[in-house]
Design a protein around this ligand. Structure first.
Ligand code: HEM
Length: 260
């Protein structure tokens, strides 16, 4: 088992190893690492919720503030700021703005603000927000730094778009914290997918995509290797236990045989 884990770790370690930018030792200046310091995003939040709010049940509306706008059918921001390293991929972008949903003559009044997109790695995005409102059970909520949703970056479409990197269709689901704060949908409820554009050069966008594809390519073999190693370790363990049991049975037989 330990050998299996050690082998998996040995295969995994080079992923995080520093890159030698001058392998020939020529002394040439290393190229600046690819970083994005801004971007834009579009997000429908949740189509069924918008339909409910604007329909005849809630008879409501939504408004936006600050760096967030709305153009049917998306909330959008083109003033995301922060810092994202592109290869390996990680960082944070944020927008100072809000989306406010109202309905049922003001009984429903929920504001989601201060949106932060935490890009944990090339697989996972975390959407952190502040939320003020009333749950469906009419409980008042006013809470900051809610891990509202998580996004699956591996399932998004990565491409070079103009002067940037486009991650299109990032699937988002509501977290337990998000479910508690919003007060209606359960944890795991799918929200609308999010499109994220990161300002960078086309070359850096290519690098980010290549690094992401390498990660994707390594993930499946790593899972296969670890599954096979665990299966081998398991069968060796069972085999040893069986042999020990057989030896014990033989010893017992010898003890009780008439000639003993
Ligand atoms: C006067 C109070 C309220 C009434 C009468 C009411 C009524 C309803 C009804 C009838 C539905 C079902 C809609 C459908 O199936 O199409 C619904 C759905 C929903 N309500 Fe309310 N509601 C009230 C307050 C609230 C509050 C305070 C919230 C807080 C966020 C809320 C959030 C929701 C959500 C998220 C849905 C599901 C929308 C979807 O289909 O995705 N409601 N409500």
């Amino acid at each position: 088992m330990i050998a299996a884990l050690a082998l998996v770790a040995a295969v995994a370690l080079p992923l995080g190893a520093p890159i030698d930018r001058d392998p020939q030792g020529t002394g040439a200046a290393a190229p600046a690492p690819c970083v994005s310091t801004g971007g834009a995003c579009t997000w429908g939040f949740k189509e069924s919720f918008r339909a409910y709010i604007s329909g005849s049940i809630a008879n409501g509306e939504w408004t936006t503030e600050g760096g967030i706008g709305y153009e049917t059918p998306f909330f959008a921001s083109d003033v995301l700021t922060g810092q994202v390293a592109l290869a390996p991929f990680s960082g944070e972008l944020a927008v100072d703005g809000a989306m406010r949903f109202t309905g049922h003559e003001g009984i429903l009044d929920t504001t989601i603000s201060n949106l932060r997109l935490e890009l944990v790695d090339a697989q996972r995005l975390e959407l952190v927000v502040d939320l003020r409102g009333t749950t469906q059970e009419f409980v008042e909520v006013d809470t900051a730094n809610v891990l509202f949703a998580t996004g699956d970056l591996a399932a998004a479409q990565w491409s070079v778009e103009g002067d940037g990197l486009l991650l299109a269709g990032i699937p988002l689901v509501l977290t337990a914290q998000g479910a508690e704060a919003f007060g209606t949908y359960p944890e795991g409820e799918p929200l609308d997918p999010l499109d994220l554009r990161l300002a960078t050069s086309p070359e850096c966008a290519e690098q980010a995509i290549a690094a992401w594809q390498t990660g994707q390519g390594l993930l499946i073999p790593l899972l296969l290797v670890s599954t096979v190693l665990l299966a081998v370790a398991g069968s060796v363990f069972v085999h040893l236990r069986l042999r020990a049991a057989k030896r014990r049975a033989a010893a017992l037989r010898d003890d009780y045989s008439p000639g003993a």
